[in-house]
Design a protein around this ligand. Structure first.
Ligand code: DC
Length: 247
């Protein structure tokens, strides 16, 4: 039986034995893209369908940011931030179908998604010491098992030898709509302009920072999710993975 993620109408005709072939391989998939491009949902759905571990590296940058804010550490001070990195432990634990982020043993999945963290996380992710620290952890997590890792620099820096690299993209307007709806559903009071502003600022910082900026790796395949629903995104990604792994 195939574990089709809940809420996903999988209009996909890929044969079951082809899916089975993909699942039998040790597979490392790198998924990069802009904020709210749909990559985390896609990574989650792929992980479920292909039975891979999902490592959400954005959650790791968010957890570091939450730690700094909670400990009143200046998020722009490279020195102060570097001093506390060894005190920060980030792990993922699976419960039923989903992986949850833990910071020093405390579940922080909800807290790391708040605007308080979103407003500071891109600045924190420009600090090279933070990136070195997290990249080391990320490589360790991907070393022994099949994984799908999503982020900004996975195909270009963290896992340049990944078997499959997908770069997910959608226009700022579409990403704003998606993020706005997500926040409204959670009961967050925010305007669409504020959401657009936060995304545009993060795009700018993520794409222009000196250390490991968001770029599409030369060998990554572009997947524009603008016109696709979750099921269509999953079907397209499976086609890409099948194409890369069947030869
Ligand atoms: O995917 P996200 O929106 O949860 O990511 C939060 C921030 O973390 C984003 O603004 C950029 C940063 N990030 C990064 O620099 N490198 C990664 N591999 C993942 C995220």
């Amino acid at each position: 039986m195939y574990n089709i993620p809940q809420g996903v109408g999988l209009g996909m005709s890929l044969l079951k034995h082809e899916l089975e072939k993909i699942r039998q391989q040790k597979l490392v998939i790198a998924l990069d893209g802009h904020s709210s491009s749909g990559k985390s949902t896609l990574a989650h759905n792929l992980a479920q369908l292909l039975q891979l571990n999902h490592i959400d590296t954005g959650a790791m940058y968010r957890a570091v940011t939450l730690y700094l804010l909670d400990h009143h550490i200046d998020t722009t001070s490279k020195e102060k931030v570097s001093e506390v990195l060894d005190d920060i432990d980030i792990t993922f634990h699976r419960e039923k179908e989903k992986c949850y982020t833990y910071l020093n043993g405390r579940k922080v999945e909800e807290e790391i998604r708040t605007m308080r963290v979103s407003d500071h996380v891109s600045a924190v992710s420009t600090i090279s010491a933070v990136r070195r620290h997290l990249v080391k952890l990320q490589r360790k997590m991907a070393a022994s098992e099949s994984v799908i890792m999503d982020g900004r620099d996975i195909g270009s820096v963290v896992l340049p030898e990944a078997d499959v690299k997908i770069f997910v993209s959608a226009s700022l307007e579409i990403r704003t709509e998606r993020r706005y709806k997500e926040l409204l559903d959670k009961g967050v009071k925010i305007t669409k302009e504020e959401v657009a502003d936060n995304l545009a600022k993060r795009d700018h910082i993520d794409s222009n920072r000196a250390d490991s900026p968001l770029v599409q790796a030369d060998d990554a395949i572009l997947l524009d999710t603008g016109a696709l629903d979750q099921g269509q995104m999953l079907a397209e990604a499976i086609k890409i993975i099948h194409g890369k792994t069947s030869s």
